[in-house]
Design a protein around this ligand. Sequence first.
Ligand SMILES: [Zn+2]
Length: 304
Amino acid sequence: MVLRNEGVDLDDGVEDEGVDLDDGVEDESGVEDEGQTFGSKEEMRDIFREYAIREVVTLGRIKNDLVRQTYVCKSDGCPWRTHGSQTIDKKSFIIKTLVDKHDCHRVHNNNEAKVKWITSKVESLVKSNPIVSAKLLGDLLLERYLRQYAYTLNQTNPGTAIRIKIQRQLTTFHRLFLSFQAQKQGFLEGCRPFIGLIRCHLKGPCGGMLLSAVALDANNCIFPLTVCICKKKTKFSWIWFINNLKMFLQFPQDKHLCFMSDKQKGFITALETHFPLASTRFYARRIYANFRSSYPGNNYKKMF
Ligand SMILES: [Zn+2]
């Protein structure tokens, strides 16, 4: 499922430019199958470097000479492997074997993205705009590879809702909404009509906030429903998140739905706009935190 453009957001006047996965974004890693040929050894090496960066894996080059190129995935036990050799013209290379299957996890520090590679990606932009900041260049690269991530998710998980919002003026990442078809189906067919909204700070190198929606299944266990990554937790982030949630869930209007939150800024506004018939509850822990500031002490705690 592709979530369509919803028009203009209210927070910054930036027109929504969510990625439409039908817009021609394709797998650009360049690695195809056994029998694929490359004009030279260097071309083959560059294409597999691009592949490693897109797949977020680290490749080891166990044979790297004038006539052979053999790469393996460096993660322990991962079966991915390829071998290429020089063809009869003594210049081109051909993939002889390709075991295109990874059992490994993503790596967080990808050594393949070296200075030379980064330079090749941003050179033309820097030449046309010499005062462009390093942060903006980093955001541009991130946004570009997010699109590839969105495309891959949709290919491997049909029905996935992934929507990326880009700031038009800076063409940098703003927000991301993600939910899988299995999560939607599981919620509609097997969970109570209850959604809890929670948030936390992301401590990784990119920072930002994680907003998430969870449900309760028949055993009272938490059932993850969807996540949203945004730069800041604002009223407009919640409105955007709730709007995408509504579009994805297609929850029947004649059924009752209940939301619970910790009274985040913008939460009520978002619900009034997109789920006007839903009821709302607030986490007791949050209510008690406010209560305690006026009525401290164990006696009041017990009364609460
Ligand atoms: Zn691997």
